[in-house]
Design a protein around this ligand. Structure first.
Ligand SMILES: Cc1ncc(COP(=O)(O)O)c(C=O)c1O
Length: 456
C-alpha cells in the first residue's frame, strides 16, 4: 500500500483538480481525506478535523452513515444499474419521485433526475428553450442570471454563474445569457438606502435590462434563494417579492436553484419557502443524497409538463437525458437520506441550531474591527472580513485574507470555506452538528482569525 507521501506525489503527477490553483497546488500538494464520522474527518496526515462546510455544502446527515451505505449496498445487490430511457424505470426512482413531489414547494408536477447541479440546471435551461419554441415564442430564449451567482461549471451553467473567474479564457458566457446586478446589499447599497429601497432598485434595474433586451427575447430568470459560492448573500428585505413582480409581468419563467438551500439547510425544507419564491422550475442536488451519490432532481410545473407532452406529439421522444438519470443506487440513497432527515428532525434542528450558531458567531466575533458582517440563514453562515469595518475598508486583494484564515483554521482542526471574491469565510456544517460541535467550530474559528489578524 502507498504511504501518504507517495499518494500526494501520485496525486500531483496525475490529477487536474477542480477549482484548484495549479501553481500553489504544485507547492503545497493535496490534503487527502481518508475517513469520517458525524461531523469529523480524518486526513492521511493524522489530523482530525471538524468539517464546518459539510464537504461542499452537502453532507447534511454527516459522514459514515451506515444507513446510506446499506441502502447503496442493497440497491447494488438488487440490480446495480439500469437505464431510464425509452420509458424504462426502476423501483427506487419511482418511490423517490413520488416522495419528492410531495415535499417540493409550489405544486411541482414532474421530476427529472440527473447526476449533479450543473446537469440539473443545464436540463432546465434546455427545457426553457424547448417550452418557448413549442408555445410559438422561439425568440424568448435569453436567460437572466445575477452577478455573484453560482449555478455550475458546464458550458451553459458556467455562463449562468456570475463569477468572472469562471468565464475568463473559457470563451464564456455563451450568447443568450445575461447578468443583472447581485442582491449583495452590504457591498452595493447606496448611502442611507434601506434594504427595501435597495430591493426595489434591483427590481427596476432588472426591468430596465429586460426592456433593453426586449421582453419577447427573455425566457427565464434563475436565482439561488441564498447565494452560496458568491458569498452567502441572503436576499435583502422584499427582494424576491419585487423581482417576481417583474418576472411575472413579462412572462419570464423563474428557476429556483436550490442546490445548496434545499433539504433543510436554511431551517425549512426549501429556500423558496423561506423567501416566498414561487418557482416554475427548481433544481436540487447535493443534500438530496448528502453527497454520498452524485444525484440531482429538477422539478417542473404542470404547465411546463403539458408543453413537453405537446413536444412529443410533434417530435416523438423528449430527446434529452443522461445514462445515469434516475440511477437506482442514487435514488435508494436519497430515500434513506430523506428518512434520516425526517426521523432525526434535521430541518427543525437546522432552524434551532442555526439560530444558535449565528448567536454564537455574533458573540465571538461581531464586535471585532475586522468583521464587517455576519450573514446567512439557518445552518448557512459567512463572516465578512475587513481591514476596518468602521470605515468599511476592504483588504487589498493581494492579502488573500479568506484563504489565510481558513488555512489557519485547518491547522487548528477546522475546515471552513474561503470565499476569496468577497473576503469571507463560509460555514455550512452538517445539519446533525450538536451545540457542542457548533461551539467547537466557533471557538476554533475565532482563535484562528484572531491569530491571523494579529500577525498582519
Ligand atoms: C447553487 C448551486 N448550483 C449548482 C451547482 C453545481 O452543482 P454541481 O457541482 O453538482 O454540478 C452548485 C455547486 O456548488 C451550486 O452551489
Amino acid at each position: 500500500m502507498n504511504k501518504p507521501r507517495d499518494l500526494k506525489q501520485l496525486d500531483a503527477n496525475s490529477i487536474l483538480h477542480p477549482s484548484t490553483n495549479a501553481h500553489e497546488f504544485a507547492k503545497s500538494g493535496s490534503r487527502i481525506m481518508q475517513s469520517g464520522e458525524g461531523v469529523y474527518l480524518h486526513d492521511t496526515d493524522g489530523n482530525k478535523l471538524i468539517d464546518a462546510v459539510a464537504g461542499l455544502w452537502c453532507v447534511n446527515v454527516g459522514y459514515g452513515r451506515k444507513e446510506l451505505a446499506d441502502a447503496m449496498h442493497n440497491a447494488a445487490c438488487d440490480m446495480g444499474y439500469y437505464h431510464t430511457f425509452t420509458g424504462m424505470s426502476n423501483i427506487p426512482q419511482i418511490e423517490l419521485a413520488d416522495r419528492l413531489l410531495e415535499l417540493a414547494p409550489n405544486n411541482m408536477s414532474k421530476v427529472f433526475f440527473a447526476s449533479g447541479g450543473s446537469d440539473g440546471n443545464d436540463s432546465l435551461m434546455k427545457i426553457v428553450w424547448y417550452y418557448h419554441n413549442l408555445i410559438g415564442k422561439p425568440q424568448k430564449r435569453k436567460i437572466i442570471s445575477r452577478w455573484q451567482a453560482y449555478h455550475g461549471t458546464s458550458i451553459a451553467t458556467a455562463s449562468l454563474t456570475g463569477l468572472p473567474s469562471f468565464h475568463k479564457d473559457f470563451n464564456l458566457p455563451i450568447d443568450g445569457v445575461v447578468h443583472t446586478e447581485s442582491p449583495d446589499y452590504f457591498r452595493h447599497a447606496k448611502d442611507n438606502e434601506t434594504e427595501l429601497e435597495f430591493s426595489k432598485r434591483r427590481a427596476s434595474e432588472l426591468e430596465a435590462l429586460i426592456l433593453e433586451h426586449d421582453p419577447e427575447t427573455v425566457g427565464a430568470f434563475i436565482a439561488e434563494p441564498v447565494m452560496g459560492a458568491g458569498g452567502v448573500i441572503t436576499p435583502p428585505e422584499g427582494y424576491f417579492a419585487e423581482i417576481q413582480k417583474v418576472t411575472k409581468k413579462y412572462d419570464i419563467l423563474f428557476i429556483a436553484d436550490e442546490v445548496v438551500c434545499g433539504y433543510g439547510r436554511l431551517g425549512k425544507w426549501w429556500g423558496s419557502e423561506v423567501y416566498g419564491i414561487e418557482p416554475d422550475m427548481i433544481t436540487t442536488a447535493k443534500a438530496l443524497t448528502s453527497g454520498y451519490f452524485p444525484f440531482s432532481a429538477s422539478f417542473i410545473t404542470e404547465e411546463i409538463w403539458d408543453v413537453v407532452k405537446q413536444g412529443s406529439e410533434k417530435y416523438g421522444s423528449f430527446a434529452h437525458g443522461y445514462t445515469y438519470a434516475g440511477h437506482p443506487i442514487g435514488a435508494a440513497v436519497a430515500m434513506a437520506n430523506i428518512d434520516i432527515i425526517e426521523q432525526e428532525g434535521l430541518v427543525e434542528q437546522s432552524a434551532l441550531n442555526g439560530q444558535y450558531f449565528h448567536d454564537q458567531l455574533a458573540r465571538a466575533v461581531s464586535e471585532k474591527a475586522y468583521v464587517g458582517q455576519i450573514r446567512g440563514q439557518g445552518m448557512l453562515a459567512a463572516v465578512q472580513l475587513m481591514q476596518d469595518s468602521s470605515s468599511k475598508t476592504f483588504f487589498p486583494a493581494s492579502t488573500k485574507i479568506a484563504p489565510q484564515v481558513t488555512a489557519e483554521c485547518y491547522k487548528n482542526g477546522l475546515i471552513a470555506r474561503p470565499l476569496p471574491s468577497v473576503d469571507s469565510v463560509a460555514f455550512s456544517p452538517p445539519l446533525i452538528a450538536s451545540k457542542q460541535e457548533i461551539d467547537q467550530i466557533v471557538d476554533i474559528f475565532s482563535f484562528s482569525v484572531e491569530k491571523i489578524m494579529a500577525a498582519l
